[in-house]
Design a protein around this ligand. Sequence first.
Ligand code: ZN
Length: 492
Amino acid sequence: MTCSLFLLLAALPGAQGSAPATRALPTDLSTQPVATDRVLDTVDWPAATAELTTRLGELLRIPSVNPPGDEALVVAWLDEWLRSEGIATEVIPLSAGRSSLVARLPGSGAEKPLCLMSHVDVVPAEAERWTVPPFSGELKDGFLWGRGALDMKGMTALEAMTMVQLKRLGVPLRREVVLLAVADEEVDSRGMDSIVRVWERVGCSHLVNEGGYGLDGMFFEGQTFHAISVAEKGAVWIRMIASGEPGHGSTPVAGRAPEHLSRALAKLATRKDVVHWSDAILESFRRVGTEHGGVSGAILGSPFLVKLLVRGRLMANPVMHAALTNTVNVTGFFGGQAPNVVPSEVGAVLDCRILPGATVEGLLAELTALVDDPNIRFEVTSQTNANGSPWDDPFFQALAARAVEGQEHAVAGPVVSVGYTDSQALRPLGVHAYGYVPFVIDPKLLGTTHGDDERVPVSELAPGLRRLMGAVLDVSLAEGGGRPGPREPGVR
Ligand SMILES: [Zn+2]
């Protein structure tokens, strides 16, 4: 499966080139903890950046392609690095050549642990279509190239480097900080299943994982929107099966299975979209519109005007459409062995994605009523439930504040991811899970995830590390923990 979020919108009214009226600082910045800044300023940023660049290059050269996975290679690499820094690790075996890693920095226990989570498998790459070999980890034209650079070994490297820096600086923590490097997200999530089985030994109250990025020009030219995923849609995979009397292909008879199937598919194609305006999306529109200002900002900032004036444009964008509706997508067919045999059963595969609040039962009832044919039945072959976390939360606020820090035209807000992530498995255990890879990229670069020439700008490594470390420290630093240490110029 894959991580994803909604993409660039079609231009909003007056979006191109319109000058912003006012630029209020994001309110979250006003509560930015000074103690965290003191710790961040003790980091040797040029050295940390060089080390991070080298480490990520090494990581990208480990081909943990799933299938088969081979995540044990990444786990061994991480294990050696973190243990060489004196960080305690635990390997969670999955199967031959496959495992996940848990690493821990101790805290006082005043608060429950914070998890820095990533998956360490990657999807395959068509090497002949790439500019550089996909597992070269090459540094070229200001980018580190390689499958997983964005999805999501870049984040794994940021998280591991955060652990290493916190350990080296020896800052006192009020909670454990736990690295979770997880196998098998891209196929079956069995790595996550194995983590869930030992969850009593992890027990985080909060985590950061994949989901959103900082996206240049997502809503307005010149503005960066840091999308922090607070929820994922549920995936419901269904076999829609038509049945009827079998027979000879030479003699058409009405009412056979293929005819029922084709009628059902025609009815599915008439399915009407019902827009569900999530509070998360309206909140992000409000933040984006307020930051941008002007007429188009005012429109986006008003739920009433969004519904009245922008609905059509939003629904014309496939990813935004998916973020606002429960979707039913025909992705395959089955049945029929020979051209001259009318089979007793044929069917279609449906990939359905439901929003938080929707149920599988509700979806099946809707499809059954729409198709309205006793010769059609629906079988659910797999399902994950949609779930979400609140954005009125200290860790979300820290991620949002650190995301926009030092940037003039940036705003952070909550989004609903249209794809699956491993966060979904942990929210039912009480975890507040947020999806945010803290690199600022443009939509074109985002399109390289699962595609050709996946790469991350080297210029984003230091800011990404600072955003992540800052947010982690904001919610983990023990009282007084930021005071010691010399103050040196930091990299912003
Ligand atoms: Zn991913």
